[in-house]
Design a protein around this ligand. Structure first.
Ligand code: SAH
Length: 398
């Protein structure tokens, strides 16, 4: 099959040659290969300004990231066989890392699958497509996943906000098999039932696995507050690790119902409580009631989704961290996380520092966490390195 060429301007091949996979629309030589001539998702041969092939990829003329490199071999286009190969390579890493089939199986660009993530919950798979190029081979994706993993069901959670940028509609669909309302998974020896069709993102956040494992070391016999708890990933795990009480706060009543169910699944129902409400308001009330916690976990949704949200987002991170410190017992532990790519690690620790100074506390950073190895970082693509966690000790002023 010959692919239509997508020609880059002079020197605009450098980033790709250095390892990156994205082409921005201003880098294309639109005189020789006008972007308007392509359909969204169309496979192309990406070429440098002289016409030398850099590899195969796919285009979306309506997106700022107008093309993504799929293979450095221009003869390899995105089809069922290439997808199955990439899934096999991805699977071999996860099988080496984990002894149970609960993990992110495919993490987009980092696994050579730009625009696709797949989470595995035993024999149920949840895929999320975010680009027109991947959407175009939806049937091949399903077929390749069936071939490699022989799942009982595959769900497409194609309802992420980023799809709008690519001109894609939002939908959730069971592509194969039948999906139960909740599906069980295990993390760090703790069981959870996750609502894969209706929950946040793909239904579960595997990226914090290692950070939650570290959290378990701080909570024995303690009173723990899990803010933005969703279905209890941190809070239920804290109770299972011996916390005396874990109070889970979330604005979603449905999520909190799952918290109770997950607590019961692990025999810790008496140790897990829930509080429904806006986190900022809930922390204010807890403070007014003079409630104190030995460990507070802050794992909010991304407050900074786009660069332009940076200022407002920074302020929100600082405020919530300050409120968390205000309900910490003396010599308490704050586990503060951010999944906003646009908030750097240094900016988060600085927000924590500023918050601590406002209320005259002394902060020690004890540990720093990242996303787990089933979310590999692509060293050329900073966006793949997004998750931050700080375990900090909050002391009175020195
Ligand atoms: N900590 C969770 C993931 C958080 S997902 C885990 O480890 O699995 C974000 C959660 O924050 C969602 O459950 C959402 O309902 C909740 N949320 C979003 N905005 C909120 C707010 N202002 N107050 C309280 N909860 C909020």
């Amino acid at each position: 099959m010959t692919l239509a060429p997508l020609r880059l301007k002079k020197d605009e091949d450098r980033r790709l040659r250095a390892g990156h996979l994205w082409v921005f629309s201003n880098e294309v030589d639109v005189d020789s290969t006008p972007l308007t001539a392509f359909e969204p998702g169309q496979p192309v041969e990406i070429q440098d300004h002289r016409g030398t092939a850099l590899g195969s990829g796919y285009v979306n003329p309506y997106s700022l990231i107008c093309a993504r490199l799929v293979s450095r071999d221009p003869a390899l286009a995105l089809n069922k066989s290439l997808l199955a190969h990439r899934f096999n390579v991805a699977l071999s890493l996860r099988e080496r890392l984990f002894d149970k089939p609960y993990y992110r199986l495919a993490f987009g660009d980092s696994d050579g699958l730009p625009g696709l993530v797949v989470d595995r919950f035993g024999d149920v798979l949840v895929a999320q497509i975010t680009t027109a190029g991947m959407e175009r081979c939806k049937d091949d994706i399903i077929a390749a996943l069936q071939q490699v993993l022989k799942p009982a069901a595959i769900v497409l959670r194609n309802d992420s906000a980023s799809r709008a940028v690519e001109g894609l509609e939002s939908y959730v669909e069971t592509a194969f098999g039948t999906m139960p309302e909740t599906v069980e998974l295990e993390e760090n020896g703790v069981r959870f039932a996750a609502p894969l069709l209706t929950g946040q993102k793909t239904g579960w956040f595997y990226d914090h696995r290692m950070n939650r494992a570290r959290m378990q070391h701080y909570v024995q016999g303690k009173r723990v507050l899990d803010v933005f708890s969703y279905i209890g990933g941190w809070g239920v795990q804290a109770a299972a690790a011996g916390a005396n009480e874990a109070l889970c706060v979330d604005s979603s009543e449905a999520a909190l119902q799952h918290v109770h169910h997950n607590a019961a699944l692990n025999g810790v129902a008496e140790h897990v409580k829930t509080l429904q409400g806006n986190a900022f308001e809930a922390l204010k009330s807890l403070r007014a009631e003079r409630e104190k916690f030995d460990v507070v976990i802050l794992d909010p949704p991304a407050f900074i989704k786009r660069k332009k949200d940076l200022r407002a987002g920074l302020e929100a991170y600082q405020r919530i961290n300050q409120q968390a410190m205000q309900v910490l017992a003396k010599d308490g532990i704050l586990i503060s996380c951010s999944c906003s790519f646009h908030l750097s690690r240094a900016e988060l620790s600085n927000a924590m520092l500023t918050a601590s100074r406002h209320i005259d506390r002394n902060l020690q950073i004890l540990e720093q966490g990242h996303q787990g190895p089933d979310h590999p970082v692509h060293p050329a693509i900073p966006e793949t390195d997004y998750l931050k966690a700080f375990n900090a000790r909050v002391l009175p002023r020195i």
